[in-house]
Design a protein around this ligand. Structure first.
Ligand code: HEC
Ligand code: HEC
Length: 95
């Protein structure tokens, strides 16, 4: 098959779309869950029981009543209902 002019335009468009996609994903800078002693148990729970299960343990420390407070402009607060922390805060690469 010959690659004609139209094909190149198409390939160019695909390349641009991919580029934009990469730039956007690079801007994804929500803090990851630290890989420290306080959070390590959750890496296990996620592996064995899944993210939904792990999410339940976060408010034990992350709450507004004397725990680790949320930043003022945090998009959601625990009182908004079940919290899907790990939906936004990804785990770090473990190996
Ligand atoms: C045992 C208490 C405890 C539990 C449970 C806990 N955290 Fe934390 N977390 C902390 C403390 C203390 C800090 C602040 C110090 C630090 O960065 O480790 C923190 C910091 C963070 C940060 C900010 C990290 C940064 O780079 O500034 C994120 C995000 C976070 N926790 C997410 C979570 C999520 C998601 C869960 C549930 C899966 C969770 N934590 C469960 C104690 C806890
Ligand atoms: C809808 C997405 C979303 C959800 C759900 C979410 N967060 Fe966040 N969180 C953010 C964003 C955005 C920030 C501010 C940017 C940043 O610093 O990561 C933030 C910031 C934080 C910080 C402060 C990080 C720092 O040191 O600056 C902590 C701690 C934190 N979140 C914990 C949690 C915990 C615990 C849960 C679940 C109870 C949770 N978040 C659920 C989006 C989310």
């Amino acid at each position: 098959m010959q690659i004609g002019k139209k094909d190149w335009i198409f390939i160019g468009l695909v390349a641009i779309v991919l580029l934009v996609f990469f730039v956007i994903s690079g801007k994804e800078k929500t803090k990851k869950v630290p890989l420290d002693d306080q959070h390590k148990p959750f890496y296990d729970i996620v592996q064995k029981q899944g993210k939904m299960e792990a999410d339940k343990g976060c408010p034990a420390c992350h709450n507004e009543q004397g725990g680790v407070p949320f930043p003022a402009k945090h998009p959601v607060k625990p009182k908004d209902g079940p919290m899907r922390c790990l939906f936004c805060h990804k785990l770090q690469q473990t190996k």
